[in-house]
Design a protein around this ligand. Structure first.
Ligand code: 13P
Length: 337
């Protein structure tokens, strides 16, 4: 199936029943994940791990697209030596690529971050398109703390997100626009709500100012949650209703879909929150997942770096993929865990 327009691709990414696998951990992040299971991170071990995920039988029933890291886009299946983008495309899964160069210290506000990677981006996008990538990801990071975030940080990151999105669309690539408000800290869910509103207002102002086509992009935001160290943790229902309310007030209806990041929530909560949102009515966009940790952690642990464990790891991965797929339809229930 050849998807030609940005709108077709964006709609396919967020089609009900499917979501996105974020497998674009940079080499240092991958090393951190592997360290947790006592596996050395090498080109070969990273290839073997990604192969385990991408060759899980039936993955295409639940996964519409996979975000890859530059190294992975250039790697191939272990059996068959098929480049990963070709392997995924053959399954009807869209290959995507992380194009930002990471979050660095923001000048004049050293406790905050600005995402880098705009220089030379057009040329990189041209190469990635030729290699099969049909969508991209850029992550901006907003931290909540004493006196932060500043509006300066939010506005500077929003401007960079829009510059990235405009360049992607120019090259026929759908941008995933990811402003992530970190949920580390003691802040309340109300603070998370207010800051997510301010951030999304600023991001959509910049997207409009720079002519970004809203029906040819996907938003990847945080859910509105209590800070992980906040004494009172909001219920699943409260998270769902405040998150949807937040987007109703900020995200234009032309955006085809919102694909959440999991951001350090447990696998179970990430699924339950998504499901609760999809049981609510009155939503103009599809709500799905673009999870990294919440899809991969049980599989990573089951894999443990050994080829012998691949079947068990794939089973663990497919279980999360299936439950999250059901959550995009509001058809998940806790007894399925
Ligand atoms: P998590 O779901 O682990 O937050 O990762 C998603 C992602 O792609 C962050 O950029």
């Amino acid at each position: 199936m050849e998807l030609n327009s940005l709108k077709d691709i964006a709609e396919a990414m967020v089609t009900p029943g499917k979501g996105i696998l974020a497998a674009d951990e940079s080499t240092p992040t991958c090393a951190k994940r592997f360290e947790s299971i006592n596996v050395e991170s090498t080109t070969e071990s990273r290839n073997a791990y990604r192969d385990m995920l991408f060759t899980a039988m039936g993955i295409e029933e639940y996964i519409s697209g996979v975000i890859l890291f530059d190294e992975t886009l250039r790697q191939s299946t272990v059996d068959g030596d098929l480049p990963f983008p070709e392997h995924l495309s053959a399954l009807g899964i869209l290959p995507g690529i992380k194009v930002d160069m990471g979050a660095k210290i923001l000048a004049n506000s050293p406790d905050e971050k600005i995402t880098e990677g705009l220089d030379g981006l057009r040329d990189r996008l041209i190469e990635y398109y030729k290699m099969g990538a049909r969508f991209a990801k850029w992550r901006a990071v907003i931290t909540i703390g004493e006196h932060i975030p500043t509006h300066y940080c939010i506005a500077t990151n929003a401007q960079a997100l829009a510059r990235y999105a405009a360049l992607c669309q120019e090259q026929g690539i759908v941008p995933i626009v990811e402003p992530e408000i970190l949920m580390d800290g003691t802040h309340t869910i109300e603070e998370s709500y207010d800051l997510t509103i301010e951030t999304l207002h600023t991001v959509f102002y910049e997207l409009a100012s720079q002519g970004v086509q809203l029906d040819g992009m996907v938003l990847k935001p945080n859910m509105v949650l209590s800070g992980y160290d906040c004494e009172t943790q909001a219920s699943v229902e409260q998270v769902a209703s405040m998150t949807v309310d937040c987007f109703m007030n900020t995200v234009p209806a032309a955006v085809p879909g919102i694909a959440f990041l999991s951001g350090g929530q447990s696998e179970e909560l990430a699924t339950a929150h998504l499901n609760a949102m999809n049981q609510m009515d009155r939503k103009p966009w599809n709500l799905t997942f673009s999870y990294g940790r919440a899809l991969q952690t049980p599989a990573l642990i089951a894999w443990g770096g050994s080829a012998d464990n691949v079947p068990a790891a794939q089973e663990a991965f497919l279980k999360r993929a299936k439950l999250n797929s059901l959550a995009t339809l509001g058809r998940f229930s806790e007894d399925m865990e």
